[in-house]
Design a protein around this ligand. Structure first.
Ligand code: PMP
Length: 368
C-alpha cells in the first residue's frame, strides 16, 4: 500500500457497466441486451471489416505505423487542418490520458462539468489536479454564472463533453461562445465530441471545431471511431489541436505504437463509408425521439439528448433499478455522482432492444 501514490489510492474506479456474459450466467438468461456503453448496434461498417481482412491477409507480424501517417492525413484533409495538428489514440480516452499527463501539474485546477464522463474526473485526479465541477442547471441547461465563477481564477484545463456524457445535452452556439470567451488564454480548452456524428445533423448543434478553428487560444477537440462509426472494439480516436506544439507534447508522452494497424486501416475505410454512418445516425435520431416520448408519457423526466443515449430520472434508487433490469437481461448504467442517485443512462439500440428496455423499466415501477 505504501508503494501506491496517494492520488492513485484515492481515485474513484471507472465503472464500465455489467458484463453481459456474467449477467446471462448469473440470471440464467438466453439473451442479454447491453445498453451501457453507447456502442453502435449495427456494429462495424462492412467497408472497415473488409479493410481488416485485407490487412490480416498481408500479415500482422510488423509493428503498426507509429504516427498513423495515413489516417492522420485523411483526417487532416477532412477537417481542413494541417496534418501535424492531428493525433490518433488508442480510443479517444487514450488522448484524454495523454493530455492530462502532458499538461497537468499536481495542484493545477481542472474545470469540468457535473454530471460528467468518468474519465474526465479520473485522469486529472490521477495527476494530482484539483477538480472543479460546474453543475448543469436543474433543467439540464448551461449555468452561465457558475461557469463564469469557476473560470475566474488560475485554471489550467477546461474539459467538457459535448454532447455531454451522461446527459446527452449540448450548449447553444451562444453558450459555447461564452465558454470559449471566459476560458483564460492561459488554460487549455478541451471539447470532447465523442458523440459528434449523432448531434451534428441537428440544426441547433454548435460544432466545437468550427467554433474554435480560427481562435488563436489553445484548444483541443476530441472525436472517436467508437460510437457512430461502430469501431469500439478496435480502439481508435483522434484529436485536433489549435497548435502543432500541443500535439508534439502528446507525442512525447504516448507509447510509440499506441494504435494498432487493424484499427488504423479500419478507421480509414470507415471514414469513406458514409452509408453506414448515415444509417447509424438515422436509427439513433428516430429511436431517440420515440423512446424519449414514451418515457415522458410514462412520467419519467428525460434530459433532451442529442447523443445515442438517454439520461433518465427513475425517481427511485438507480442502483437497485439497474439490478432489477439486469435480472431480466437489460444492462444500463446507474449514475454515481452526488445529486444524480436516481438517474440511469441507457444507450439507444435497435427498436426491439429499446422496446425491451422500456417494458422492463416500466415493470420496475409497477413492482415498486
Ligand atoms: N469521451 C466520452 C465523452 C465518452 O463517452 C467516451 C466513451 N464512453 C470516450 C470519450 C472514450 O471513447 P473511446 O476511448 O472509445 O474513443
Amino acid at each position: 500500500r505504501a508503494l501506491v501514490r496517494p492520488e492513485v489510492h484515492r481515485l474513484p474506479a471507472y465503472d464500465p457497466g455489467a458484463d453481459p456474459e456474467a449477467v446471462a450466467r448469473d440470471f440464467h438468461l438466453p439473451r442479454v441486451i447491453k445498453l451501457s456503453n453507447n456502442e453502435n448496434p449495427y456494429g462495424i461498417s462492412p467497408a472497415a471489416a473488409a479493410a481488416i481482412h485485407r490487412r490480416l491477409a498481408k500479415g500482422m507480424g510488423r509493428y503498426p505505423d507509429p504516427a498513423g501517417e495515413a489516417l492522420c492525413t485523411v483526417l487532416a484533409d477532412r477537417h481542413c487542418v494541417e496534418r501535424k495538428r492531428v493525433l490518433i489514440g488508442n480510443g479517444s480516452e487514450n488522448i484524454l490520458e495523454l493530455l492530462c499527463q502532458a499538461f497537468i501539474n499536481a495542484g493545477d485546477t481542472v474545470v469540468t462539468q457535473s454530471p460528467c464522463f468518468g474519465l474526465h474526473e479520473i485522469f486529472p485526479l490521477m495527476m494530482g489536479a484539483r477538480l472543479h465541477k460546474v453543475p448543469l442547471r436543474a433543467d439540464f441547461r448551461f449555468d452561465a454564472p457558475r461557469w463564469r465563477a469557476a473560470l475566474d481564477g488560475p485554471v489550467k484545463l477546461v474539459l467538457v463533453s459535448h454532447p455531454c456524457n451522461p446527459s446527452g445535452t449540448v450548449f447553444s452556439g451562444d453558450q459555447l461562445e461564452y465558454l470559449i470567451h471566459h476560458t483564460p488564454d492561459s488554460a487549455l480548452l478541451v471539447v470532447d465530441e465523442a458523440y459528434f456524428e449523432y448531434a451534428r445533423v441537428d440544426a441547433c448543434y454548435a460544432d466545437a471545431l468550427e467554433a474554435l478553428r480560427h481562435r488563436s487560444r489553445p484548444w483541443l477537440v476530441l472525436r472517436t471511431f467508437s460510437k457512430a462509426y461502430g469501431l469500439a472494439g478496435l480502439r481508435v480516436g483522434y484529436g485536433i489541436a489549435s497548435h502543432v506544439n500541443l500535439i508534439e507534447a502528446l507525442h512525447r508522452v504516448r507509447t510509440p505504437y499506441n494504435v494498432n494497424q487493424l484499427a488504423q486501416d479500419a478507421a480509414i475505410a470507415a471514414l469513406d463509408d458514409s452509408a453506414h454512418l448515415q444509417k447509424s445516425a438515422r436509427l439513433v435520431r428516430g429511436e431517440r425521439t420515440r423512446i424519449t416520448a414514451a418515457l415522458r408519457d410514462a412520467g419519467f423526466r428525460v434530459a433532451p439528448s442529442l447523443a445515442n443515449f438517454l439520461f433518465i430520472d427513475t425517481d427511485g434508487d438507480a442502483l437497485s433499478i439497474v439490478r432489477d433490469l439486469q435480472r431480466v437481461g437489460v444492462i444500463v448504467k446507474a449514475w454515481r455522482e452526488p445529486g444524480y442517485e436516481s438517474y440511469i443512462r441507457a444507450s439507444l439500440a435497435l427498436p426491439a432492444e429499446n422496446d425491451a428496455f422500456l417494458q422492463a423499466l416500466l415493470r420496475t415501477r409497477v413492482g415498486a
